[in-house]
Design a protein around this ligand. Sequence first.
Ligand code: AP5
Length: 208
Amino acid sequence: MKSIIIFLGPPGSGKGTHGDRLSKELGYNKISTGDILRESIRNKTTIGNKAKKFIDSGELVPDDIIINLIKEKISKTKGGIIFDGFPRTVEQADALSQYLDIDTVINFDMNDDEVISRLTKRRSCPKCNAVYHLIYNAPLRSKICDICGSELYQRDDDREETIRNRLAVYRDKTMPLIDYYNKKGLLVTVNGIGSIDKIFENIKELIQ
Ligand code: AP5
C-alpha cells in the first residue's frame, strides 16, 4: 500500500523535482500547494487573486485559504500522496492530522547559497509545472518544456530579493515543523545537495 509522505525543506531544495519523479515512477499523487496557487493565479480565480500578493512578496498565503484548498484536494485523491510544500505552519500540520495519518516526513537539508544558486537559474513550465535548471537539469531544447512543449518561464518569486525573504519566512514559520514531526517519530532528513539521481535513490530507499 502506498503511503502518505510530506516533503519538508527550504525553497529550492528539490521537493518539486523529486515529487514529480516519485509520481511518475511509483504512481504517487503529488499535491503541491505552490502549483495549485500558481494555477489559480493564472486562471484569475478568487483564491488566486487573494494569494498573488503573498506569493509575489515571498510571504505565506493565510492558513485558512490553504487548509480549505487542501481539504478539497484530499477528498478527491485516492492512493499514496506526496505533499510538496504543505504543511508550512504548525496550524496547517495540526489541520492535516485531522484528515490523514502521515507515514513519513522527508526533510531536505540545504544551505542558503545553494538555494539562491538553484532558484535564480530555475525555469518552470506554466502548463504541466515541470521544473528545470539551466545547468543541472536543462531542457533538451532551450526554453521549451520536454514534457508538454510549452515555453518555459522564470517565476516572479525567483528573484534574489524575494528568495531571501522566502528563506526568512521558512526559518520563522516552517522550520518549527522539523521539531514537530521529529517528536512524533516521523522525520527523516536527506542531504539535498548532490546529484538528482543519487538523492532520488536515497528517497526511494527511505519510503519503500
Ligand atoms: P512553492 O511553490 O511551494 O515554493 P517553495 O517551497 O519555495 O519551493 P520551490 O518550488 O521554490 O522549490 P522546490 O523545493 O520544489 O525545488 P525544485 O524541485 O523546484 O511555494 C511558492 C509560494 O506559494 C510560497 O512562497 C507561498 O507564498 C505560497 N505557498 C505555497 N504553499 C503554501 C502553504 N502550504 N502555505 C502558505 N503559503 C504557501 O528545485 C529548484 C531548482 O533546483 C530547479 O531548477 C531544479 O531543477 C534544481 N534542482 C533540484 N534538485 C537539484 C540537485 N540535486 N542538484 C542541482 N539542482 C537541482
